[in-house]
Design a protein around this ligand. Structure first.
Ligand SMILES: [Zn+2]
Ligand SMILES: [Zn+2]
Length: 313
């Protein structure tokens, strides 16, 4: 009886443990050698490889594939399949309106620093979506806070109350309506909180400034986070589902650290979806958004656009 040695590698808790295993085999029996077949592509790889228009595919060189999700991260808690370009083409409804509307809740209107955030958001969102951004009169706190619940940190409002109220005030030319409040939000009694929520079909959404930072001492951080959340939610209103292929502002996020680690610029595939949804010209968008990032002091956004511009040449 001959003896052979096989090396086995086992994945244990994320680390590779290599062990030696003695196996018995009859003498003179050839060891079967079969060429190793490559593993089939994962869903994420498949999405990343979906063809893009030629010049847009150059952006792949500066895009970061989605990093593995850790404990407590969105995809660990809420596994999702993502959305291919082909699927978005099926899901995407033509943009019926030609403006994005922002609407503050009435308690925000009393807060000068919070009002300033919305004013500074407008040119950023207008450049990102390449659509005019308009304002609606404030939404009453009595309506928005119909199902208020107390929390240790203060109070929370139910997102679905606000989304329902927005459907009643949506103007005919609205491509999207986004409410902004200073009160923390919950989407369902079972959840602790949400940064924001949107309805894909009704093109309405809401976000809160409650977890964006200190309005007085860190206004630029608050602006950056508010921009990231509002453009994510408005992206949903253009039928973009969460991105699982790349590090992207359309990634779902479960906590602030995860939200802050997302880039400000969409991945190539989500940019292609936005182009389909709004008809935007990406080169014009880069020019205007770079200027808006610079004016707002969002240095990270300027750097990301410079990388995209260099890769697209
Ligand atoms: Zn989302
Ligand atoms: Zn993406």
């Amino acid at each position: 009886m001959g003896r052979g040695l096989a090396v086995i590698a086992v994945l244990v808790g994320g680390g590779i443990v290599v062990g030696l295993l003695a196996t018995a085999r009859p003498p003179h029996q050839p060891i079967a050698t079969r060429p190793q077949e490559p593993p089939p592509p994962t869903r994420e790889e498949h999405l990343r490889e979906e063809p893009l228009p030629e010049w847009l595919s150059r952006l792949v060189s500066v895009a970061q594939p989605k990093l593995p999700s850790g404990e407590g991260d969105w995809l660990t808690e809420h596994p999702e399949d993502g959305q291919s370009l082909a699927q978005h083409r099926v899901d995407c409804k033509p943009v019926v309106g030609r403006a994005v509307y922002l609407i503050a809740t009435s308690e925000l209107e009393q807060d000068e620093a919070a009002r300033a955030v919305i004013e500074r958001l407008e040119p950023l969102l207008a450049a990102h979506f390449q659509l005019p951004v308009k304002r609606l009169p404030a939404l009453s706190a009595a309506v928005a806070g119909k199902s208020e619940r107390p929390r240790e940190s203060g109070r929370q409002w139910l997102t679905t109350d606000i989304l329902e109220a927005l459907e009643q005030v949506r103007p005919a030319d609205a491509a999207a309506v986004m409410a902004i409040t200073t009160v923390d939000l919950y989407p369902d009694p079972a959840w602790n909180f949400v940064f924001g929520q949107a309805s894909y079909d009704d093109r309405v959404g809401v976000m809160s400034l409650a977890r964006t930072g200190d309005l007085q001492t860190e206004p630029t951080l608050v602006l950056e986070r508010s921009y990231a959340t509002s453009m994510h939610e408005i992206g949903h209103m253009f039928q973009l589902l969460h991105c699982v292929a790349w590090e992207c502002p359309m990634n779902g996020c479960n906590h602030q650290q995860e939200a802050d680690s997302r880039p400000l610029e969409p991945c190539p595939h989500c940019l292609a979806k936005l182009m389909l949804a709004t008809g935007l010209d990406p080169k014009q968008r880069w020019t205007e958004l770079r200027a808006a990032f610079e004016a707002a002091g969002l240095v990270r956004g300027v750097k990301e656009i410079d990388r995209e511009l260099a890769a697209s040449q």
